[in-house]
Ligand binder design. Structure first.
Ligand SMILES: *Cc1c(COP(=O)(O)O)cnc(C)c1O
Length: 356
């Protein structure tokens, strides 16, 4: 197969999942594997499930359809707030969803009643990251409205951190979530099944022994797919960071200056790049670009080769100090961060090659 292609090591995803499931399990926390970073690739979901995740979290209907069509029949959780216009499909495809808007929940309830189903609702609380979620003082009144609805069941409270605002999960913000859940339980005489304490970024708090008691579910994508925590992006103990490797082919190699010649305006993407004069260097061009991948999020795995930059279709490398001299037609390999992985998975121009 010709490059560019994305190699996906399913054995690593499975063993990463197992490491996270075991770790969280020792704290009484259930792990839901999140496949949205891989566009809901069925092979990736299967690898996560074989590593022991309880269910699959997804952010898009198209991805869940892909998983269902592949015959994967496990509990599914919708991560992005459902949209009213697709309430029917959401209830059809997902067992539960994260929610913050009562009008949407009412629409889900109506569809669930029509289908004679019961849809689980995890009410999202904004504990400070300022993405989705009810402001804490609104949780009780919304829970009361849900209690009056047939077709939906309030199965828990949840929060999401470190995504928009970069707020780090703490005893304070997750403690608030637990406190609100206990309040709801008392007020309504119910037992909430889930207190969903966030994503990969909650793992370090757990490791420090400071996860507030009561948090019993996490929704984990990055730590399983990338083997990193998401606050400082350090490797997570017991996981590997090389489940995804991008391969591209060298289409030009030449000795040229390191600084462009002539009067300069904007580059192809509206930027005004600065160039360091390193004299004459060996420049290699490979057949991927900004249309395929978040270039700044790549690391070249070929020793001594560095990324200089890219346009839509061309990525330019400095191969002057390549340990293994590069030739035309050679394949160069790259490690991808979460953003680069997400974009490469989404690019129709990059072939995906899952390997057992
Ligand atoms: C994407 C997402 C997750 C998973 O986040 P990771 O950092 O990849 O673990 C969890 N919850 C919600 C609501 C999400 O949107």
């Amino acid at each position: 197969m010709g490059a560019p292609y994305l190699e996906i090591r399913l054995d690593i995803i499975a063993s990463n999942a197992q490491a996270i499931v075991d770790f969280c399990g020792s704290f009484g926390v259930e792990v839901w594997g999140v496949t949205k970073g891989c566009c809901g690739m069925p092979e990736v979901a299967r690898a996560m499930l074989s590593g022991g995740v309880f269910g699959i979290g997804e952010s898009r209907l198209a991805n869940i359809s892909r998983l269902r069509e592949a015959g994967i029949d496990v509990p599914f959780l919708m991560l992005r707030l459902p949209h009213i216009s697709e309430a029917r499909s959401i209830v059809e495809a997902f067992d539960m969803s994260l929610n913050s808007e009562i009008d949407t929940i009412r629409a889900l309830a109506a569809e669930a009643r029509a289908m004679r189903k019961r849809h689980g609702v995890i009410l999202m609380v904004d504990t400070g990251d300022l993405r989705e979620g009810l402001w804490p003082d609104r949780v009780s009144e919304t829970a009361r409205k849900i209690a009056d609805l047939d077709g939906v069941e309030l199965v828990g409270l949840g929060t999401n951190l470190s995504c928009y605002g970069g707020v780090i999960p703490s005893e304070a913000n997750l403690g608030l979530l637990v406190q609100l859940a206990r309040q709801i339980e008392q007020e309504f005489g119910v037992k909430l099944k889930y207190i969903s304490g966030g994503n990969t970024s909650t793992l370090p708090l757990m490791a420090s022994g400071k996860l507030p008691a009561g948090v019993n579910m996490l929704r984990i994508g990055e730590a399983i797919l990338q083997g990193t925590e998401s606050i400082h992006r350090t490797p997570w103990p017991g996981t590997r960071q090389d489940a995804f490797v991008l391969h591209a082919e060298v289409i030009e190699i030449a000795d040229k200056p390191s600084v462009p010649i002539g009067e300069r305006g904007q580059d192809g993407f509206g930027g005004c790049p600065v160039f360091e004069d390193r004299g004459l260097i060996r420049r290699a061009i490979v057949n991927i670009g900004r249309q395929d991948v978040l270039v700044e999020n790549l690391t070249c795995l070929d020793k001594g080769v560095t990324i200089l930059g890219a346009s839509s279709d061309h990525m330019i490398l400095d191969a002057t100090h390549a340990l293994q001299p590069l030739n035309i037609g050679d394949t160069v390999s790259f490690n991808l961060g979460y953003g680069a992985m997400l974009q490469a998975m989404t690019s129709p121009y990059i072939e995906k090659k899952p390997a057992p």
